[in-house]
Write a protein that binds this ligand. Structure first.
Ligand SMILES: Nc1ncnc2c1ncn2[C@@H]1O[C@H](COP(=O)(O)OP(=O)(O)OP(=O)(O)O)[C@@H](O)[C@H]1O
Ligand SMILES: [Mg+2]
Length: 260
């Protein structure tokens, strides 16, 4: 039986879909079978982040309503044989029931080692539906006070669900600004949220560049390497955070910092 992890945030646009896709890829590359589920009905875009929009024929509601089999709705990633997507395309909110969604997730759990659910922003029906089916949650936040405050609200709400663990990934960390004391760092976020921080992912232009052409950032990018450490935490319980400030330290760091 696989593990079901919901990737959530409260505030929109902090990087849930990006983290879901990259984490899924990193876990799949390590040899586990991974299903990514877009629970963001209405504003779904996980297919775009993965460059799979042209390959989606059926979605989660088609499976729920019996219009196709689960295996028909799953889209295989073209380069990673262990990675699959279950899209939600353009469903209007509410057209899939919590029960129906849970049944689909239960079926996926039987066929995959990991099921990662990309949660919609906000805390309404879509959030509830996605979180109710999960065993664990990853809360994504950026180091911006408004985002941390929403993550805090979400973590309060998550306490009302039967989740085995709730952990935080801080995304879009600007190492240069953290060094100058001008932006929040991981330690500040940890203090506010009082939850384990299991990922520190740098701001990285490669994310934008690769998403523009429908790809996950390359394995050599800072973002991918940071998410790789999250994957290793998820799979093996290691606790190493990517050091987003490393490249701004020392003599080379000094020149990079003033060049930025
Ligand atoms: N580490 C990063 N560095 C730079 N840009 C990033 C990073 N992570 C995400 N982004 C960018 O941030 C934007 C929002 O990311 P994404 O769509 O994953 O957020 P989201 O939380 O899923 O949004 P929504 O709430 O709308 O579903 C995208 O343009 C993405 O390219
Ligand atoms: Mg999203």
């Amino acid at each position: 039986m696989g593990r079901v992890i919901v990737v959530t945030s409260g505030k929109g646009g902090v990087g849930k879909s990006t983290i879901t896709a990259t984490l899924g890829m990193a876990i799949a590359e390590a040899g586990a079978r991974v299903a990514l589920v877009d629970a963001d009905v209405g504003l779904n875009n996980l297919d775009l982040v993965l460059g799979l929009e042209g390959a989606v024929v059926y979605d989660v509601s088609d499976v729920e309503k019996g219009r196709c089999r689960l295996t028909e709705a799953l889209v295989a990633h073209p380069f990673e044989e262990n990675l699959f997507l279950l899209s939600s395309r353009a469903l209007v909110n509410g057209s899939i029931t919590e029960r129906g969604f849970s049944a689909v997730i239960a079926a996926l759990r039987r066929g995959f080692d990991y099921v990662l659910i990309d949660c919609p922003a906000g805390i309404d029906d879509g959030f509830h539906r996605a979180v109710s089916s999960a065993d664990e949650a990853i809360v994504v936040t950026t180091p911006i006070p408004a985002s941390v405050r929403d993550a805090d609200k979400v973590s309060d709400l998550l306490a009302g669900y039967r989740l085995r663990r709730v952990e935080v990934v801080v995304n879009r960390v600007r190492g240069d600004l953290v060094m100058k004391g001008e932006a929040l760092g991981v330690a500040d976020v940890r203090k506010v949220l009082r939850l384990p921080v299991v990922g520190s992912v740098p701001e990285d232009d490669e994310v934008l560049l690769s998403q523009t052409v429908g790809r996950i950032a390359s394995p050599t990018s800072a973002q991918y390497r940071a998410v790789l450490l999250v994957a290793s935490h998820v799979m093996m319980g290691t606790n190493t955070l990517y050091d987003c400030t490393a490249k701004y330290r020392g003599i080379f760091g000094f020149f990079r910092k003033i060049a930025r």
